[in-house]
Design a protein around this ligand. Structure first.
Ligand code: DX5
Ligand code: ZN
Length: 218
């Protein structure tokens, strides 16, 4: 799908009704699936068995965001179950370039994520190794937090570098994205937007997605 891409995070969905919650976001681009292990972040969600059922049930492709230790070991399994993209954290990976290559060889898009305190300069020489780069705009772990506008200079530098090098890597933001904040992230260079509470907290989900899309394109 073309930018701007809107990826609702099912972290804000009703976990007991996942099938219908997935059906509600059929008009979005990717279902964003937050895997947390209670080690890399202080929260716990679900693992491969649940994600396999989500993959079988979702009307749209999965964008898996791994907030886990030792992604070198665990990330390939999510690509193998059919996730369209698998994003691991740069801070957690032992060999990010090898892991990204492995994910691609299995057939998924390879993504790398950075926490707010992590720089992106170390990625500049390796943009071609990744299909998407996720700049976190909250500390990972929980939905419903406030957007960290201080991440915009980092995103802007990354976008400039990608442009300069002719890279077609997708630039994603995740955390605190709403109709009020999405334009700032788009202006700084993001093309792919994760939104949890702003989508699942809305009465009319299709309208919320359409609003995010139009604010991002403005
Ligand atoms: C946070 C997760 C996000 C979360 C975003 O650690 O990675 O994907 O669901 O939720 P909102 O959009 O509510 O900030
Ligand atoms: Zn996420």
């Amino acid at each position: 799908p073309d930018a701007p891409r809107i990826n609702p995070s099912i972290l804000s969905a009703d976990f007991a009704n996942m099938q219908s919650e997935l059906a509600r976001i059929a008009g979005a681009d990717f279902a964003h699936v937050d895997v947390m292990d209670n080690h890399f972040v202080p929260n716990l969600t679900f693992g491969p068995q649940m994600v396999e059922r989500i993959q079988a049930t979702s009307p749209i492709p999965l964008d898996v965001h791994l907030m886990i230790d030792d992604p070198d070991r665990w990330a390939p399994g999510y690509a193998e179950l059919g996730a369209a993209s698998v994003t691991f954290h740069l801070e957690a990976a032992a060999d990010p370039l090898a892991l990204a290559a492995r994910l691609r060889s299995i057939g998924s898009r390879a993504g790398v994520a950075v926490k707010p305190a992590t720089g992106v300069e170390q990625l500049f020489d390796h943009l071609d190794a990744f299909d998407q780069i996720l700049v976190m705009t909250v500390e990972p772990g929980f939905g419903g937090q406030s957007f960290l506008a201080d991440q915009m200079p980092k995103l802007r530098r990354l976008a400039g570098e990608a442009r300069r090098r002719g890279s077609d890597v997708w630039l994603q933001v995740d955390g605190g994205i709403s109709a009020d904040t999405i334009a700032q992230a788009a202006e700084a260079g993001a093309d792919t937007f994760v939104a949890g509470s702003a989508v699942y907290g809305a009465d009319d989900i299709d309208a919320a997605i359409a609003r995010l899309r139009s604010e991002a394109a403005a």
